[in-house]
Design a protein around this ligand. Structure first.
Ligand code: PGA
Length: 244
């Protein structure tokens, strides 16, 4: 299994930030892991020129049509991108996206030949109530389409309370959750589920990356804030390359 490190720029970045990507592409042109940056739609074409793998952050379930302000998976592919994130908690919360919609967006991504990074995660209240696994398993049941394979899908576990907060679960908690997610994927998808990459996301930074990447069933990370500057992201890429 080739590991994956994905940066998520969210609603950040203008063309003034492209030098960050050129620097990253230069430092990691021989990377032994997949390195992806999911940028704002406005920059994807220019980001793709850096030679890095590029992704969108969301797509519409339809290929085209009267959907003002939306972007289709085909449009993302047309920029030169190869990935798309779907189901990020900020989409689920800010745009009330549910699992059924996320499932249809996943299929749209596949149909455009994009690799889908599908996000799941529990709220702080659900975490405190001991509901984490129930929430995650239900999200996977309803948002991962049956045709998922290791080649077309990566699952990202992102506890909502860890996103942008500087908080992370303990290594044991991450390992326990990822073991349960792996068991689910193997049970449902067999060998494909065993080979599907599982990312951890939520306040990953250079100082905690090595400890997180050492955990079983953590096959990479989805990184927000620390992906915006090459100087912050590059050591995380290196930590993943150096993990066993
Ligand atoms: P963060 O964001 O690394 O800034 O916590 C992660 C994400 O939302 O993907």
């Amino acid at each position: 299994m080739r590991k994956l490190i994905a940066g998520n720029w969210k609603m950040n970045g203008t063309k003034a930030d492209l030098p960050q990507l050129h620097a990253l592409a230069e430092s990691h042109k021989d990377a032994t892991v997949d390195v992806v940056i999911s940028g704002p739609a406005t920059l994807l074409s220019r980001m793709a020129e850096t030679g890095l793998a590029i992704g969108g952050q969301d797509c519409h379930p339809s290929t085209s049509g009267a959907h003002t302000g939306d972007i289709s998976a085909d449009m993302i592919k047309d920029t030169g991108a190869d990935y798309v994130i779907v189901g990020h908690s900020e989409r689920r919360t800010d745009h009330t996206e549910d699992d059924a919609l996320i499932s249809s967006k996943t299929v749209a991504g596949w149909n455009a030949d994009l690799h889908v990074i599908l996000c799941i995660g529990e709220t702080e209240a659900q975490y405190r109530d001991g509901e984490t696994l129930n929430v995650l398993l239900a999200q996977m049941d309803h948002s991962i389409p049956n045709a998922a394979t290791a080649a077309n899908t990566t699952i990202a576990y992102e506890p909502i309370w860890a996103i942008g907060t500087g908080l992370t679960p303990t290594p044991q908690e991450i390992a326990d959750v990822h073991a349960a997610l792996r068991a689910y994927l193997v049970d449902r998808f067999g060998g494909e589920g065993a080979a599907m990459r599982l990312l951890y996301g939520g306040s990953v930074k250079a100082s905690n990356a090595a400890d997180i990447f050492a955990l079983d069933n953590v096959n990479g990370a989805l990184v927000g804030g620390a992906s915006l500057k090459a100087a912050d992201f590059s050591p995380i890429v290196t930590a993943l390359e150096q993990s066993a």
